[in-house]
Design a protein around this ligand. Structure first.
Ligand SMILES: [Zn+2]
Length: 188
């Protein structure tokens, strides 16, 4: 509290409570129409840490704000040079609780830069060989396979959570024998 008051008196900007202005977060229509290729990835996303982080926030893949789980107040984005892969983290000014900007996201357990993870996910969606992709993203074969399996598991989980029965009943389990994804992509 005292430090914040001193900072305000000295005219220094306070650490923000959001990563990007809330109005910059895109709506669902933009998300559904997003078309990404390798050129787009390199031009608009994986330019540097901040560009990657901000793009992920604007497209709902990282949270734009955080609330302290101890005192339930808005946390502030704070620079941190000691982190291995990120350059900032959330910090509560009241109780000093810290939290990763990745918490609760697809990237939470990824032990590599956000930029690399974005590229792996993109290449996973293509038909390129694993050898070609390893050359593109410069990671080991084991890392690549681990991430490909993770991507696949996320998709499987999503499909099961967004499915409705379309067939009869399984005579053994009594469960619906067929499931249809509720996604608009399922018609293909
Ligand atoms: Zn707190």
């Amino acid at each position: 509290m005292a430090a914040a008051a001193v900072a305000r008196r000295r005219g220094r900007p306070q650490n923000p409570q959001t990563i990007v202005p809330p109005a910059d977060v895109v709506d669902a229509v933009v998300l559904m129409d997003l078309k990404v290729n390798a050129k787009y990835i390199h031009t608009w996303i994986t330019v540097d840490y901040e560009t990657t982080r901000n793009w992920l926030v604007r497209h709902w893949l990282l949270a734009n704000s955080a609330t302290c789980r101890q005192c339930h107040r808005a946390m502030h984005l704070t620079k941190c040079e000691e982190l291995k892969f990120d350059k900032d983290q959330w910090r509560c000014r009241d109780c000093s609780m810290i939290q990763s900007i990745r918490k609760g996201s697809f990237f939470a357990n990824g032990h590599m830069p956000l930029m690399t993870m974005v590229e792996i996910i993109y290449w996973w969606t293509t038909d390129n060989s694993q050898v070609a992709i390893m050359l593109e993203v410069n990671v080991s074969h084991k890392t690549l396979i681990d991430w490909f399996m993770f991507c696949r598991d996320i998709c499987v989980e999503w499909i099961f959570n967004h499915s409705v029965p379309i067939g009869g009943v399984d005579p053994v389990t009594g469960n619906p024998s067929l499931l249809k994804s509720t996604s608009r992509f399922s018609s293909k």
